[in-house]
Design a protein around this ligand. Structure first.
Ligand code: 13P
Length: 245
């Protein structure tokens, strides 16, 4: 399976940062994996223009479940498609915790993303307490089951496993823990989506850097990465892309 390297810029970046996305064009290993950068909404259209004609795709970090309506401040999947987004991150732990996004809300948004012809990157992950209680796999598989809609296929859905305690902390699970979780996610995907479940890419996310990426990419059922902080600078993100290639 071709690896997908996705950058989540979160609420970072002004127009002056677009050069970091443009600098990814033509870097070593670019052709060997798929690359998507998800800048803040304000930069999606400009970023899509900058990478036009290249293999780099642009994504957004959230959307509303409805195509239009009285939802002040929200943006629909169709609107994102119109400005050049091809992916939408959904159910990131920061949104699940800060905005109380439920699995059902994530699934409804994913349907909207699929109907707009875009690919959803659905995030799941356990907290430190849940892992310490020995419930990590149970929690993640339950999230997965309830966050994936019936419209999901291997071409419109990507899963990102991001342990909450590994995000922005410099902490990373052991390779054994990553392997155990990704193989459980693969089984759950196959059970839910049949043949399609075998083709869904499962990304690892949480403190991925150029220095640890190669080892993580060597783990079975790790089909790429969702990268936060290390995706902001082209030089560091390029190191992760090269590690995947
Ligand atoms: P960091 O790579 O900064 O730990 O963030 C991971 C993340 O939340 C990506 O969505």
């Amino acid at each position: 399976m071709k690896k997908l390297i996705a950058g989540n810029w979160k609420m970072n970046g002004l127009a002056s940062s677009l050069a970091e996305i443009e600098a990814l064009k033509g870097i070593t290993g670019e052709a060997a994996c798929d690359i998507v950068v998800c800048p803040p909404l304000t930069l999606v259209e400009k970023a899509a223009e900058r990478v036009g004609g290249s293999r780099i795709a642009i994504g957004a970090q959230d959307c509303h479940a409805q195509p239009s309506g009285a939802y002040t401040g929200d943006v629909s999947a169709e609107m994102l498609a119109e400005i050049g987004a091809r992916f939408v991150i959904l159910g990131h732990s920061e949104r699940r915790s800060a905005y109380r996004e439920t699995d059902a809300a994530v699934a409804a948004k994913a349907i909207a993303v699929h109907q707009a012809g875009l690919t959803s990157i659905i995030c799941v992950g356990e907290t430190r307490a849940e892992r310490d209680e020995g419930r990590a796999i149970e929690v993640v598989c339950a999230q997965l089951e309830a966050s994936i809609p019936n419209t999901a296929t291997s071409s419109n859905t990507v899963i990102a496993y991001e342990p909450v305690w590994a995000i922005g902390t410099g902490l990373v699970p052991t390779l054994e823990q990553i392997e155990e979780m990704h193989s459980s996610i693969r089984q759950a995907l196959e059970k839910r989506l049949g043949e399609n479940g075998l083709g869904v890419r499962i990304l690892y996310g949480g403190s991925v850097k150029a220095s640890n990426a190669k080892a993580i990419f060597g783990v079975s059922n790790v089909d790429g990465a969702l990268v936060g902080g290390a995706s902001l600078k082209a030089s560091e993100f390029a190191g992760i892309i090269t590690a995947a290639a």
